[in-house]
Design a protein around this ligand. Structure first.
Ligand code: 5AD
Ligand code: SF4
Length: 480
């Protein structure tokens, strides 16, 4: 253990190490909490702040599960908390800046509660530059752990409380799999189910393969068991998670079993809704499309990030498919799953994106008619290949491209929702709307948000309603 500033440092992250794929076998470990940590959190409260993707939301449910097992109770009030953990996202610069701003703000609560512990975990913790910044500017963060060692949390909390030691422990490894992690699920009706971890795609703009390690799939039996037990508990929807679910199973050495096989097996389970995210167009295969075409509990929605509509840019991004191949997959999907809703992610102002290349993205949007999209301005990520590409565009030009794309894409969101006006749809009820508690919200099979007067229905019900009006981002419905 080395000592630096006022930290005990087990391991610092290294972007070079994190890139390596040594082909070692994946260990599957089972989590057991050492009895030494069992009552450490009694009479103490934790608050978890989660940023970023569904992977982080799922990790936070495990972190909460571990903390509760240690005796901590959850609080939603920063002023009440004895432990505040930031589960962070590294995908774009602005997300990172926000987190440091928040940490600076909550540190002030120490005046009232000198025992307050602050923790940082997730993808930012896996970046060398974050750790440097913590040591130089935020040395009051008590515990730092990465995406590969959530299970170190009890020990790190123990050192902070018992030995008053601030500790950083972040591993830059390919990654293993932990089964049986405790979990405190946020919802009683909708559950995340990790089916794989990590990513081996190495898109040139993306930090994830460095922060989350190599692609490694959970065994099918473990996933099927988890979904069956969720169904027994009354869950109505599971969302299968992975950075690239279409690569599921490709790492099995002893088994010829891929994502399409998994979907087919899960289709047999008596649970009303199965979703999954995220898909990679290159790995989306016919077997998966055929499994989706079975319908039933496999929802008619696919999030298929395209990133760009221009072949040169796609090549520079290392996406490994062409515009034509993407469009061909979309054609197959629309043909085999009639009415399917396709959503996407798009990056504008990637370093090599010329005006003509950008116009290719707009024309692809018109061709596919995406019904939802996350659109981003490219954000350079230290240590990734694209961060070294020159980018001649001004900030204003970047923003203009995003705004114009958003205007275009919003028109297709509206069109996609208008097709349901006067139609009867099934909605899984989430509960009261945050903006107007008189109204309830829920999602259709096509993953579209609906607001409606509840008339006695409750969270977790699946109800039929008529869509009375469509907008770009939501629809209004009337129960029938
Ligand atoms: N800059 C902007 N957007 C990015 N994404 C990933 N990395 C970057 C980056 N460096 C976007 C991609 C991805 C989504 C999760 O985030 O569109 O699909
Ligand atoms: Fe990042 Fe590409 Fe992997 Fe998605 S597929 S997580 S964009 S490297």
């Amino acid at each position: 253990m080395k000592k630096q500033a006022n930290y005990e440092i087990e391991n610092d992250p290294s972007i070079v190490e994190a890139r390596k794929r040594r082909g070692k076998d994946v260990n599957i470990s089972h989590f057991i909490l050492d009895s030494k940590y069992l009552n450490l959190g009694v009479n103490k409260k934790y608050l978890l702040k989660t940023y970023g993707c569904q992977g982080n939301l799922a990790d936070s449910e495990n972190i909460a599960g571990i903390l509760q097992l240690m005796g901590f109770e959850e609080t939603l009030s920063e002023l009440d908390a004895d432990l505040i953990i930031f589960n962070t996202c590294a995908i774009r610069e602005n997300a990172e800046e926000r987190v440091f701003g928040e940490i600076g703000r909550v540190e002030k609560f120490r005046k009232k509660n000198p025992n307050l512990l602050i923790g940082l975990c997730g993808c930012m913790a896996q970046e060398e530059k974050t750790i440097k910044k913590i040591k130089s500017t935020f040395p009051y963060i008590n515990i730092v752990f990465g995406t590969h060692n959530i299970t170190s949390l009890p020990e790190l909390v123990y050192s902070s409380i018992m030995d008053k030691l601030n500790r950083i422990e972040v591993l830059s490894v390919e990654g293993d799999i932990f089964e049986d992690l405790p979990v405190k699920r946020e919802s009683k009706y909708k559950a995340w189910v990790n089916i794989m971890y990590g990513c081996d795609e190495f898109c040139t703009y993306c930090i994830v393969p460095y922060t989350r390690g190599k692609e490694r799939s959970r065994r099918p039996e473990a996933i099927i068991e988890e979904v069956k037990s969720l169904a027994k508990l009354g869950y109505k929807e599971v969302t299968l998670l992975g950075q690239n679910v279409n690569a599921y199973g490709k790492d099995f050495k002893d088994l010829d079993y891929t994502f399409g096989d998994l979907l087919k097996d899960l289709h047999e389970i008596d649970i009303p809704r199965i979703r999954f995210t995220t898909s990679h167009p290159r790995d989306l295969d016919d077997k998966t499309i055929a499994a989706m075409a079975l319908g039933g509990n496999i929802m008619p929605h696919l999030h298929l990030p395209v990133q760009s509509g221009n072949n040169e840019v796609l090549k520079k991004m290392n996406r490994k498919y062409t515009r034509e191949e993407y469009l061909e997959k979309v054609r197959k999907l629309k043909q085999q799953i009639p009415g399917i809703s396709i959503t996407t992610d798009i990056i504008v102002a990637f370093p090599t994106e010329t005006e003509a290349a950008y116009l290719d993205t707009l024309s692809l949007v018109k061709e596919v008619e995406f019904e939802g999209a996350y659109t981003f301005i490219y954000s350079p990520r230290e240590g990734t290949p694209a961060a070294k590409y020159p980018n001649p565009l001004s900030e204003e030009e970047k923003k203009d491209r995003l705004l114009e794309l958003n205007d275009l894409i919003n028109s297709y969101f509206l069109k996609g929702r208008q097709r349901f006006e006067n139609q009867i749809v099934e909605v899984l009820v989430d509960g009261p709307s945050k903006n107007n508690p008189q109204m309830y919200t829920g999602y259709t099979k096509h993953n579209m948000l609906v607001n409606f007067e509840p008339k006695g229905v409750k969270e977790g019900d699946i109800v039929k309603m008529k869509i009375t009006k469509a907008f770009s981002w939501h629809m209004l419905g009337e129960l029938i």
